[in-house]
Design a protein around this ligand. Structure first.
Ligand code: RFL
Ligand code: PHB
Length: 389
């Protein structure tokens, strides 16, 4: 088998890249380890920057997001028992959209199917070879049979635990990492959200986030310890703890109900440099991870896909390698700004075991400053709604 771009991973990065390449007339194949149902079952991100929505429009799949997504003009920061609104639209002219990653993935999968593009699900033991030469190739096993794909380029869109980054020879990658001493326990429930905008809560018992998937489906997160387990959190305990971390009005407005999903995710900041190794390029979580506090992971996957698709288009349409030569620098420059913003939001909002009461007072001083200073608020809003790409 032969294709121009072989993409590993059918998450948001891989699917969006595949669709952008198709729009530009560049043939591609996606190899995904899991089934489509498994990929769609993962409850993850929920918030899209305007730039990400524009990319969905560019590949012709933005219709349902515009129809069903919830456009938000602001967020609230809660501390010391009170809520403070950041008017992002007023400060930056930009909004964000609540539209689940599962929906983005479904829309992209449907478009890919409709265009008759090739996706191999349950592709086992995917291996990239010879990407330091002009003739890279991949092998994978499907139904016990080994297949080979020759290609011009490999796109490693296979997430943090993927094979692409792991295939690079030791010493060729520099890694930057911060592991946080806590995780997020998340639940999804078929209940109306406590407020029509997101509430980020700094509380002495730990961080809490009130978000949503729709006007009748809520998503809540609690900071938890790294060794915690969902079995320790029956719904009742979750709702009780959430109420204790909310301001009095939100606690009394909260409508509870049975959870339909519950999971724990560790928090990590990670960047691999560079994002290009000969003819293999990393995109999305394969290259960088951010803690979810800034809502940036999926949006970074989208901007990487945009940069990489543009670079391939330049290569095929203009016979120029300039785009692929600049890809790593361009993508890393934007990624690092999101890494910084996500780290900052995480630092300001969570309870840290080692900084004590001094650290807690510093957080409140910073939150109070952010909520009173137009300059600080604008900086938060500019980063939250997404830096340009
Ligand atoms: P994905 O989504 O992990 O997809 C990678 C795909 O590659 C496949 N794969 C392989 N396929 C073949 N061979 C192999 N050897 C393979 N190894 C892996 C996997 O099965 C998978 O299908 O990476 P991608 O595409 O880079 O997308 C990244 C996003 O999924 C991620 O950054 C976001 O979910 C992060 N995130 C958020 N991002 C936002 O922008 N806004 C948010 O509001 C937001 N909230 C979140 C989040 C992540 C969370 N968790 C669970 C970490 C909230 C949470 C709780
Ligand atoms: C979500 O809706 O899951 C979500 C929203 C904003 C965040 C993190 C997660 O910062």
């Amino acid at each position: 088998m032969r294709t121009k771009v072989a993409i590993i991973g059918a998450g948001p990065a891989g699917l969006l890249l595949g669709q952008l390449l198709h729009t530009y007339g560049i043939d591609n194949i996606i190899l995904e380890r899991q089934t489509a149902e498994y990929v769609l079952g993962r409850i993850r991100a929920g918030l899209l920057e305007e730039g990400t929505v524009k990319l969905l429009d560019e590949v012709g799949v933005g219709g349902r997001a515009h129809h069903e997504g919830l456009v938000h003009n602001g967020i609230e920061l809660a501390f010391g028992g009170a809520r403070h609104r950041i008017d992002m639209k007023g400060l930056t002219g930009k909004t964000v959209m609540i539209y689940g990653q599962t929906e983005v993935t479904l829309d992209l999968m449907n478009a890919r199917k409709a265009a008759g593009l090739s996706t191999v699900y349950q592709a086992a033991d995917v291996r990239p070879y010879d990407f330091d030469t002009d003739r890279p190739r991949l092998t994978y096993v499907k139904d016990g049979i080994t297949h080979e794909i020759d290609c011009d380029f490999i796109a490693g869109c296979d997430g943090f635990h993927g094979i692409s980054r792991a295939s690079v020879k030791p010493g060729a990658i520099e890694e930057f990492e911060r592991v946080y001493p806590f995780g997020w326990l998340g639940i999804l429930s078929e209940t109306p959200p406590v407020s029509h905008e997101l509430i980020y809560n700094n509380h002495e018992r730990g961080f809490a986030l009130c978000t949503m998937r729709s006007t009748h489906r809520s998503r809540y997160y609690l900071q938890c310890s790294l060794d915690d387990h969902v079995d320790n959190w029956p719904d009742e305990r979750f709702w009780d703890e959430l109420k204790r971390r909310l301001d009095p009005k939100a606690a009394s407005d909260l409508i509870t109900g049975p959870s339909i999903e519950k999971s724990i995710a560790p928090l990590r900041s990670y960047v691999a440099e560079p994002m290009r190794f000969g003819r293999m390029f990393l995109a999305g979580d394969a290259a960088h991870i951010v803690p979810p506090t800034g809502a940036k992971g999926l949006n970074l996957a989208a901007s990487d896909a945009h940069y990489l698709a543009g670079a391939f288009r330049e290569y095929y349409d203009e016979q120029s390698s300039a785009g692929i030569d600049h890809y790593s620098t361009t993508a890393l420059s934007r990624a690092w700004k999101a890494v910084r913003f996500s780290w900052w939001m995480t630092s300001m909002l969570h309870k840290f075991p080692d900084t004590g009461t001094f650290g807690a007072r510093i957080q409140v001083a910073e939150l109070d400053y952010v909520c009173r200073s137009k300059a600080a608020m604008t900086s938060l809003a500019e980063n939250y709604t997404g830096l340009p790409f």
